[in-house]
Design a binder for this molecule. Structure first.
Ligand SMILES: [Mn+2]
Length: 318
């Protein structure tokens, strides 16, 4: 069993800095306390392009260093508008006790004797601790050039399903060798719920559950959707599990539920995790019947410090 921290959608930015660093800091500390052997960050580490001298970028880099001083770190390219291509690559250069890898290309990456190496099925001398099938955010603009802009959204799902299935035999072979396998990606699972609880139904989503399971990995670690959720399939004596940890912090009013990172235990045949709640910003909705008194408001204001608050006043017509 390999213990893995899985955190996602950190969205570091000047405006999110306090929330992102409080919650991701908690995730990093819990990962170290639980002695994970590896950390997987599945995209949207930043909210938008950050200047080199931005305190938010420095804070993120410090947390990555703290994590990589404990274990190897894998980072996945997220949504391009949140994470301009190349921004994460810079974090690979952080000097820490363990290696950091940023994946922005489709492929398989193995961890062997504490080092990241490209997985090569023809080279059998390597003993892998784990192999990751990496499918970072796909560029819809490139696909549109091939299939036309009108078809790009729907064709994205079809192309990804075909691609994921192609990884199936390689991951099945790894399973026979007893190697734990993980699929890492960033996108929308058809039918998943967004952070406000709205189902994402439609033809223009990246993944179906069947396509993800067909890659044949024990665990599928996803980013993009900000609400924690999971799916499991048990067959042929194995357990396959797919999960979004959800965003590490609460960045908008109206994001339902608690926020988490996940501590996974992954083997060649099974995958399970324990959700670890982060100290995310509270959300409070207060409703008054008629106009509240100033005394009432003063008492409530104290309880609302540091929270997202919505105040509604209901009037009854007489
Ligand atoms: Mn995100």
């Amino acid at each position: 069993m390999l213990k893995i921290l899985h955190a996602s959608d950190l969205h570091y930015s000047p405006g999110n800095l306090v929330e992102a660093d409080k919650c991701f800091g908690h995730a990093v500390e819990q990962a170290i306390a639980n002695n994970v052997g590896l950390a997987m960050l599945t995209g949207d580490l930043t909210d938008h392009a950050l200047d080199g001298h931005s305190p938010a970028l420095l804070a993120l880099a410090k947390r990555i260093k703290q994590l990589a001083d404990h274990c190897p770190v894998f980072m996945l390219q997220g949504t391009f508008s949140h994470e301009p291509v190349g921004l994460l690559k810079m974090l690979e250069m952080i000097g820490a006790r363990h290696p950091i890898i940023v994946s922005d290309k489709i492929g398989m990456i193995g961890l062997s004797e504490g080092k990241w190496i490209e997985y090569d099925p023809t080279y059998s001398d390597v003993k892998y601790d784990l192999v990751i099938t990496s499918v970072p955010t796909v560029n819809k603009a490139e696909l549109a050039l091939v299939v036309g802009a009108d078809n790009a959204s729907v064709e994205m799902g079809n192309h990804l399903a075909a691609l994921l299935g192609l990884f199936g035999p390689a991951n099945a072979a790894l399973r026979r060798q007893g190697v734990p396998t993980v699929l890492a990606s960033h996108g929308t699972v058809d039918g998943s719920l967004n952070e406000s609880g709205v189902p994402m139904a439609g033809l223009d989503h990246e993944f179906s559950l069947g396509a993800l399971f067909s890659a044949n990995t024990s665990a599928t670690m996803l980013g993009h959707i900000h609400m924690h959720q999971q799916w499991t399939r048990e067959h042929e004596g194995r357990v396959q599990r797919i999960a979004y940890p959800g965003s590490v912090g609460r960045y908008h009013y109206g994001e339902l539920g608690e926020k988490y990172c996940l501590i996974w235990e992954v083997s060649a045949d099974t995958a399970d995790f324990t959700p670890v709640q982060t100290p995310s910003k509270r959300m409070i909705e207060i409703a008054f019947e008629g106009v509240p008194s100033l005394d009432e408001l003063a008492t409530i204001a104290e309880q609302c410090r540091g929270a997202f608050v919505r105040v509604a006043a209901h009037y009854t017509r007489r």
